[in-house]
Design a protein around this ligand. Structure first.
Ligand code: PRX
Length: 640
C-alpha cells in the first residue's frame, strides 16, 4: 500500500474535531470502519474488516446484510413507519407522498413481482425509467431479493441502452410507456423495443403505466406492472447476502469507446454511504432533503436512494427540469415542502442565475440550512450567487467531489462533523477515511500550489469492486498509472491552507453539463455516420454547461460539407448515444493535427475549439515538438 502522509498536525489543520477524526481514521482505518459499520443492521457480523489484495478490496468479509432492509425494514420497526420517505413531485405539480410504511409495502410487492417472473439472487435486472417513485422502489426490490440492478439513464438512446444490456446480460427490463420531458411524452417503451431487438438476453419486460399512451405489448414477453401487482404477495423476506455480493452495476464513460460497468458491493457501499451522508449533509431527523440529480447517475444511486433511505430521511423526488413549466420551479418546490438541504449541479445554478433574483424572491426559502453542489467544478461567481440568493448567506455550501467509481462523496466540507471556513470553488478537505493526495508524474506528492493528479492512497468502503467482467481494464484504468494508488483521472491543486481545488479531467473524459462522456464514444458515434471518415472531439468552455462539445470531422471522399449534413450528423449522434452527446459545433476539415506517431494533438483541437492560444508548450502532452504543435494549430485555425 502506498505510504499515506499525515500532514494534518500542521498549520493547515486548525479544525480540531475534523482533524482529530481524520487522523484517527487514517492511522487505523480498520477499527475506524469497524465502528462505522456497526451503525447498520447486520444479520451476521463480519470476520474481517478489510481483505486488501491490491487492487481488489473486500470489506466486512463474511458479514451478512441486506441493503433494502437498511432502507425500509429497519424504519418500519420504529415510529418512522409514519414518517414521510418520499415527496414525489411531477413536472406539472402533481404529488405523491410515500411514508416509510407505504414504501415498505410497495417494495415488498415489487420484489414479489420480480420473484414471480423468475428473478432470483445474482440475476441482473435493467431499469430504464424516468424519475418516478417506481425507480427507487424497483431498485430496492432488486436488492431485497439479492438481484443486481443496472439503472440506465432514461436519456440514453436505443443503441446506448442495448450496449449496456448486452454487457450486463440482464434478463429482465423495467420501463414505462412514456415519461415526460417539458410536457411532452418521452416514449421509453418504443426505445426499449428497438434496444431489445439488439439485446437477446432480455427475456421479459415490466411496463409501468405513467403517461397512459398506447404501446405495443408482446404477449408472453411484456407485462403491465399493475397486472402483476394484482397477484403479488405483500411480504417477501429480505435475502441476507454476503457483504461483497454486488448491489449494482452502473455504466460510466472511460477513455475507450466502451462504457465501463462499475460494480459496487453491498456492505462496504452501504456503510460508506451511511457515514458520508451524515458527515456531509448533517442530516437530522427533521431534515427535508432534496437532491435534483437523476437516479440514472451515481449521484442518484447514492444521494437519492441508498444514503438518505438508510438514514430514514424525508426527501423530495422531482420528475422534471429546473425551468419547466416556469423558471422558479426549484424555488417553488423548496418552499412547498420546506426543504432544508438542497443538493444540485453547477449547471443548474448557472442556468437559473441567468433569470436574476426576481424568481427567487417570489419564494420563502428560509427553511434551507445546507446547500450542495456536485458533478463538476462550481465557478466562484455561481458559488457566491447560490450562497447569497438561495442560502441567504446563512447556509454552508458543500461542494462535493466524487465519482461513479468512489460510490460516495470523497472530498467536501463536512458540517456534520465541523464546518471548516469555506472558499468558493474549493472542495476543501477529504472525508475521514479518504487518503486523498495530489501527485506528480512520478507519483511523488506535489507541494502546495502545484498542479498534479488527484489520487487516493488507500482503499475505502465505497470503492468500486471492479469493472463488470473486465478485471484487466479495472487494473489498467485505476491502478497502473501510479502503482498502489487509485488514479481518479482528475487534476487538482492544494493551496497554502491545504484546501483541495479540482481542476478538471486529465484524461479523455469530458464533463458536459455535469454529464460524463468519453471523447472516443462520441468519435465512434460520429464515424458510424456513412459520410464521416474520421472525427475528433474537443470541448470548449461554456458559460452554462461548463464545457460544450465540438467535433472536427473529415468527410469521406466525394462528400461535400453542407448545413444539412451538419444537422444530419448531430441527429445521428443523438440517435446513437442520446441528447447529452449532441455537439454544439461540427467543423469539417481536411486533416487532423497528429503527431508523427499518429496521435491526435488534442491540445491543438481544444485551443482551436475555444478560440484560445495553444498555451504553455513546456509540457509536451502530445509527444509532439513545439514547432509541430504550433504549425498544426495555425493550419487548423485557418481551416475552421
Ligand atoms: O471530474 C470530476 C467531476 O466529475 C467526475 C466524476 O463524474 P461521475 O462519475 O459522472 O460522477 C459525478 C457525480 C459524483 C470527476 O472525476 N466532478 C465531480 N464532482 C466534482 C467534480 N469536479 C469538480 N468539483 C466537483 N465537486
Amino acid at each position: 500500500m502506498a505510504e499515506v502522509s499525515l500532514p494534518f498536525e500542521s498549520k493547515y489543520w486548525p479544525y480540531k474535531k475534523y482533524s482529530e477524526m481524520y487522523n484517527r481514521s487514517l492511522r487505523d482505518p480498520e477499527s475506524f470502519w469497524d465502528k462505522e459499520a456497526r451503525k447498520l443492521d447486520w444479520f451476521k457480523t463480519w470476520d474481517t474488516v478489510l481483505d486488501w489484495q491490491p487492487p481488489f478490496a473486500r470489506w466486512f468479509v463474511g458479514g451478512k446484510l441486506n441493503a433494502c432492509y437498511q432502507c425500509v425494514d429497519r424504519h418500519i420497526k420504529t415510529w418512522r413507519r409514519s414518517k414521510v420517505a418520499i415527496y414525489w413531485e411531477s413536472e406539472l405539480g402533481e404529488s405523491r407522498i410515500l411514508s416509510y410504511s407505504t414504501l415498505y409495502r410497495a417494495v415488498n410487492k415489487f420484489a414479489s413481482v420480480l420473484k414471480n417472473l423468475g428473478v432470483g439472487k445474482g440475476d441482473k435486472v435493467a431499469l430504464y425509467l424516468p424519475m418516478i417513485p417506481e425507480l427507487p422502489i424497483s431498485m430496492l426490490a432488486c436488492s431485497r431479493i439479492g438481484a443486481i440492478h443496472t439503472v440506465i439513464f432514461s436519456g440514453f438512446s436505443a443503441q446506448a441502452l442495448a450496449d449496456r444490456l448486452n454487457d450486463t446480460q440482464a434478463k429482465l427490463l423495467v420501463t414505462v410507456d412514456a415519461g415526460f420531458r417539458r410536457g411532452k411524452p418521452l416514449k421509453l417503451k418504443e426505445i426499449v423495443e428497438e434496444a431489445i431487438s439488439l439485446s437477446p438476453s432480455i427475456e421479459k419486460t415490466i411496463v409501468i403505466r405513467r403517461a397512459g399512451i398506447a404501446v405495443e405489448m408482446k404477449s408472453g414477453r411484456d407485462f403491465w406492472l399493475h397486472d402483476l401487482l394484482a397477484k403479488a404477495a405483500p411480504f417477501v423476506p429480505p435475502e441476507p447476502v454476503e457483504s461483497n455480493h454486488p448491489l449494482y452495476i452502473l455504466y460510466t464513460s472511460g477513455t475507450t469507446g466502451k462504457p465501463k460497468g462499475i460494480v459496487h458491493s453491498t456492505g462496504g457501499y452501504c456503510v460508506f454511504n451511511h457515514s458520508m451522508y451524515q458527515w456531509v449533509f448533517d442530516i437530522k431527523e427533521e431534515s427535508v432533503y432534496w437532491c435534483t440529480a437523476d437516479v440514472g447517475w451515481v449521484t442518484g444511486h447514492s444521494s437519492i436512494v441508498y444514503a438518505p433511505l438508510i438514514h430514514g430521511a424525508a426527501q423530495v423526488l422531482y420528475e422534471g427540469t429546473p425551468d419547466y413549466p416556469a423558471v422558479d420551479r426549484y424555488w417553488d418546490i423548496i418552499e412547498k415542502y420546506g426543504v432544508t438541504i438542497f443538493y444540485t449541479s453547477p449547471t443548474a445554478i448557472r442556468m437559473l442565475m441567468r433569470y436574476g433574483e426576481e424568481p427567487v424572491k417570489k419564494h420563502d426559502l428560509s427553511s434551507l440550512e445546507v446547500l450542495g453542489s456536485v458533478g463538476e467544478a462550481i465557478n466562484p461567481e455561481a458559488w457566491l450567487w447560490y450562497y447569497k440568493n438561495i442560502g441567504g448567506e446563512r447556509c454552508p455550501i458543500v461542494d462535493t467531489w466524487w465519482q461513479t467509481e468512489t460510490g460516495g462523496i470523497m472530498i467536501s466540507p463536512t458540517p456534520g462533523i465541523e464546518c471548516v471556513p469555506l472558499k468558493p470553488g474549493s472542495v476543501t478537505f477529504p472525508l475521514p477515511g479518504i487518503a486523498a493526495d495530489i501527485v506528480g508524474e512520478g507519483g511523488q506528492p506535489v507541494p502546495p500550489g502545484e498542479k498534479g493528479y488527484l489520487v487516493i492512497k488507500a482503499p475505502w468502503p465505497g470503492m468500486l469492486m471492479g469493472i463488470h467482467q473486465d478485471p484487466q481494464r479495472y487494473q489498467e484504468s485505476y491502478w497502473s498509472k501510479f502503482p498502489g494508488m487509485f488514479y481518479t483521472g482528475d487534476y487538482a491543486i492544494r493551496d497554502n491552507d491545504g484546501y483541495f481545488w479540482i481542476l478538471g479531467r486529465a484524461d479523455e473524459v469530458l464533463k458536459i453539463a455535469g454529464h460524463r462522456i468519453g471523447t472516443i464514444e462520441i468519435e465512434d458515434a460520429a464515424v458510424s455516420h456513412p459520410a464521416v471518415a474520421e472525427a475528433a472531439v474537443a470541448s470548449k468552455p461554456d458559460p452554462i454547461k461548463g464545457q460544450s462539445l465540438v467535433i472536427f470531422a473529415i468527410l469521406k471522399q466525394g462528400v461535400s460539407p453542407s448545413p444539412e449534413l451538419n444537422k444530419e450528423i448531430k441527429e445521428h449522434i443523438r440517435h446513437t448515444i442520446g441528447p447529452v452527446a449532441i455537439p454544439d459545433e461540427i467543423y469539417f476539415i481536411a486533416k487532423l493535427p497528429k503527431t508523427r506517431s499518429g496521435k491526435i494533438m488534442r491540445r491543438v483541437l481544444r485551443a482551436v475549439a475555444s478560440d484560445a492560444s495553444v498555451g504553455d508548450l513546456s509540457t509536451l502532452e502530445d509527444e509532439a515538438s513545439v514547432e509541430e504543435v504550433k504549425r498544426a494549430y495555425e493550419e487548423l485555425k485557418r481551416e475552421v
